[in-house]
Design a protein around this ligand. Structure first.
Ligand code: USQ
Length: 380
């Protein structure tokens, strides 16, 4: 298939590009390099030096697979996006091109606006470009489980059947996100559902849980050149990746608050599988389809215990910088992707050990002063 990956320079976008290119899809990457700018603004950097997109393209082409790349900020340059789409004529667009961090979005007014501007306008520009130049193209949009929040009822896959005054309706599942970043994804979901209902676009919204992991088969083909951008800092690092770095340095694992927060998690390799399954089984014309994309549910305490058991490190309950439920009901449905054939990689001690060992091998890149959380959701 002809596939356009927006945000193909990021933690998930780059491994997805290699994974699909290796499977003989015709892959084109678009990235505006915004993430690298946000990292600089927040004074953080990934564990290892991230080669430029051109260096990565050249390194990947040595494995005999072509890859096209374009630099384009899709929120800023709708004309260029439109031109790229007219040129490539993609059958599918995988859209990762968003500011991905909840803490970043809560850092300041400017960062909140940048998050919502980038995410919401970028998605709108994509919708208009496809409507104009490739209306049959399937959009695979990375959403987030955090759109739902932690409601006291079961979480369905995107839609909810309701009965009210003896009438029934199917409505978008009510959303109660916990950050201005997660809220930007809610706005995207609503805009995309509108695009399907009114313009006839075809969309799969992948409401993804928290991703962890350092490697995919393609990365291990040449980790020095093909490694992805792995964050452990309090802004862009996700919880298990952070714990792996803390364990490698034998510093206490930072569990926020009581640690009863419960989330869906998945291995980075399963992100790639899920995206591929959505790609090969597209939404139909006019369909806004939502899959809840995670493989296991853990509390933060569960994760900390798992890492502590493997590495002998200690756990510290630190004051929670976020406003979130620390003990709550959590029962999200996630049957659609397994029904399409998802074969998950559950979290094992071996995976934890490999993550910690990888960090250990690259310990020179760690800036310990970026680990403690500094961004508060609510001012005292
Ligand atoms: N947490 C800790 N200690 C830490 C870091 C986080 O206890 O050192 C807790 C947080 O308070 C939260 C949970 O771990 O309850 C998850 O936090 P996170 O930073 O790993 O993930 P989150 O902010 O929710 O966002 C991440 C990605 C985002 C994606 C989302 C999926 O950054 O792009 O959309 O995971 S989900 O969480 O399902 O919405």
């Amino acid at each position: 298939m002809k596939i356009l990956i927006l945000g193909g320079d990021g933690y998930l976008g780059w491994p997805t590009a290699m994974y699909l290119s290796r499977r003989d899809h015709d892959v084109t990457i678009v990235d505006g390099m915004n993430k690298r700018l946000w990292e600089a603004q927040a004074s953080v950097r990934p564990l290892t030096h991230t080669p430029t997109m051109e260096e990565r393209r050249i390194a990947w082409m040595k494995h005999g697979k072509p890859l096209m790349t374009y630099t384009c900020d899709i929120a800023d340059n709708d004309r260029k996006l439109q031109e790229i789409i007219s040129m490539v004529k993609p059958e599918a667009v995988i859209h990762y091109a968003e500011q991905p961090s909840a803490p970043f979005s809560m850092m300041s007014r400017a960062a909140a606006i940048e998050t919502q501007r980038n995410n919401v306008i970028g998605t709108l520009n994509l919708m208009f470009a496809l409507r104009h130049s490739a209306p049959e193209c399937h959009i695979i949009k990375l959403g987030t489980m955090g759109e739902y929040g932690t409601p006291n009822i079961d979480i369905e896959e995107g839609w909810l059947d309701v009965e009210h005054n003896e009438r029934t309706a199917r409505v978008l599942y009510p959303k109660s996100p916990g950050s201005l970043y997660h809220l930007s994804k809610v706005h995207d979901s609503h805009n995309l559902e509108f695009g399907c209902r009114v313009w006839g676009l075809r969309v799969t919204d992948l409401n993804q849980g928290v991703v962890y992991g350092t490697g995919t088969d393609e990365i291990w083909m040449n980790p020095g050149k093909l490694f992805t951008s792995f964050h452990y800092d309090a802004i862009f690092g996700t919880v298990l990746n952070r714990f792996a770095v803390q364990a490698a340095f034998d510093i206490p694992l930072t569990v926020y608050g009581s640690g009863g927060q419960t989330r869906g998690f998945l291995d980075i390799r399963d992100t790639l599988q899920c995206v591929e399954l959505a790609l090969l089984n597209p939404a139909v014309h006019g369909e806004f389809r939502v899959f809840n994309q995670f493989t296991e549910v853990f509390t933060i305490n569960d994760l900390a215990r798992r890492v502590a058991n493997v590495t002998d490190c200690t756990v510290a309950h630190v004051a929670n910088p976020r406003v979130e439920e620390e003990e709550h009901y959590y029962n999200p449905v996630h049957t659609a992707l397994p029904a399409l054939g998802l074969d998950p990689h559950p979290l094992t001690d071996d995976t934890i050990e490999r993550m910690v060992n990888y960090v250990h091998g690259n310990r020179g890149g760690v800036n310990l002063s970026s680990i403690d959380p500094t961004i508060q959701w609510r001012q005292e």
